[in-house]
Design a protein around this ligand. Sequence first.
Ligand SMILES: NC(=O)c1ccc[n+]([C@@H]2O[C@H](COP(=O)([O-])OP(=O)(O)OC[C@H]3O[C@@H](n4cnc5c(N)ncnc54)[C@H](O)[C@@H]3O)[C@@H](O)[C@H]2O)c1
Length: 319
Amino acid sequence: MKYMITGAAGFIGSNLARQLLSEDAEVVAVDCFRDYYPPELKRANIADLLKNPSFKLCEEDLSGKNMSWLDRAFDASEEILVYHLAAQPGVRKSWGEEFYQYTTDNIISTQNLLEWSLKRGNVKNFIYASSSSVYGRVADLPMVEDMTLPVPDSPYGVTKLAAENLVRLYTRNFGLPSVSLRFFTVYGPGQRPDMAFSIFLEAIRTGNPLRIFGDGSQKRDFTYVGDVVRGLRLSEKCTDGRVMNLGGGNTLPLLEAIGTLEEAAGKKAKLLFMPVQPGDVRDTCASTELLFKTTGWKPSTPLLEGLRRQILETENRQN
Ligand SMILES: NC(=O)c1ccc[n+]([C@@H]2O[C@H](COP(=O)([O-])OP(=O)(O)OC[C@H]3O[C@@H](n4cnc5c(N)ncnc54)[C@H](O)[C@@H]3O)[C@@H](O)[C@H]2O)c1
């Protein structure tokens, strides 16, 4: 069996690929190096992986109609396990003109890949990277998967929910094996530069103030990337189209998380409070009971430990 990872040069995809290669798996990596953040960082994410002959990079755009390049990446009878992580991420940029890119990369690309998987016939599972952003503002925490109607608060969340629904449709109507995992604020080595801890670490390093949107009491469920990778691998056997939260069990107010970051970095931060941004959800907190019951997965990385690993990796890249 071969693995396909879309978005393989990104933050989570490159961590997943590294894990699979360490288990001697063969990986077909798809990424078109979008410039949402500097593509050089994505190239750096996979620089070590490219040296491994079991890692084959297809530098292609999943939103195009012609997918023949993907056919050529596999032998005809080969079984394939698809990890679909490619997306245009980020809540704040998803308003206005930018929305076009979100519909293209998050909805059209997903539908293209679903059609390809169906025609291919030997896709053993289609594992979709969904997001806590599908929930929007919820009155009662924790967020539970069977809340009848998730109502996203951002255009990004709308596209992630649309794609999640497409995946479910292909399972229900055509029997395509699938599972969707809703990730909650992932951090760790290789974290995207637009995400809070990366921005905060850079601010601490350069002595600039940390910009906090809101009063800092908003809660986030921080998930270590290694725990996400383990949750994804454990979910491979789940093929009935279910949707599960993958949240890290490190739910705490942002200001407390910054305190942990200061401890990990060994430096104090200057804080600058800014107005809340449109699309930002106030609190997130995952119920992970369903994932635990289905796979036995539990998060295992405390925030302090995960942040220390992120800082170490960032320093190694800078040197
Ligand atoms: N990082 C998080 O905290 C988080 C939280 C919830 C959900 N997610 C989801 O997890 C997945 C991975 O997120 P990430 O943080 O690693 O993002 P990322 O931006 O680092 O990685 C996504 C990759 O997909 C690629 N891509 C985008 N559109 C493409 C297309 N049309 N064809 C080929 N490649 C394309 C990009 O070039 C990028 O390298 C995404 O689906 C995201 O929505 C992430």
